[in-house]
Ligand binder design. Structure first.
Ligand SMILES: [Zn+2]
Length: 163
């Protein structure tokens, strides 16, 4: 039997229900959103057990050479999550979630991931939100999904403000 893959319309992660369990969980801090490239990165952060905020899955990273441009990533959906509930009616805001105070840029520590983080920080900082980037505990060029949990946990803990 074939099962269709469903995605959460809020965060873009794989989901059995929409919004997904992570977006609906009232025990998670909706004011902190960790931005990652792929659903697998959400799993990697969840396995560290160190993050209790919410996620936003971009679906890739900017790479003009490979033909990945901003409009192909879920960047507009991220900006919509920043707007007040009344303006958008999107699920996490509509669920009474708090305004987003911090965006953690957790794209991969390689060229495309860094380019994506830079692009997003230029869009987000003018909106008055705190923008942080995970520390370079993860070796350059590696895939977040496969980095070990201690390293990933430290990278999250050591995140720094993007200026
Ligand atoms: Zn979700």
């Amino acid at each position: 039997m074939k099962e269709r893959v469903h995605f959460c319309s809020v965060c873009g992660n794989f989901a059995e229900e929409d919004p997904c369990a992570l977006c609906r969980d009232p025990g998670r801090d909706g004011s902190v959103v960790c931005v990652v490239e792929q659903p697998g990165d959400v799993l990697a952060f969840e396995r560290t057990g160190q993050f209790r905020g919410r996620y936003h899955v971009l679906g890739g990273a900017l790479s003009p050479l490979d033909g990945t441009h901003p409009e192909q990533l879920r960047i507009q959906a991220l900006l919509e999550r920043m707007r007040p509930a009344a303006a958008t009616g999107v699920a996490d805001a509509a669920a009474g979630g708090p305004a987003i105070r911090e965006i953690i840029l957790a794209t991969n520590p390689n060229v495309a991931g860094e380019a994506t983080a830079l692009y997003l920080s230029k869009l987000l900082i003018p909106l008055g939100v705190r923008v942080t980037r995970i520390a370079r505990g993860v070796p350059m060029g590696s895939d977040l999904e496969y980095s070990d949990l201690v390293t990933l946990g430290r990278a999250l803990e050591g995140r720094r403000e993007v200026e």
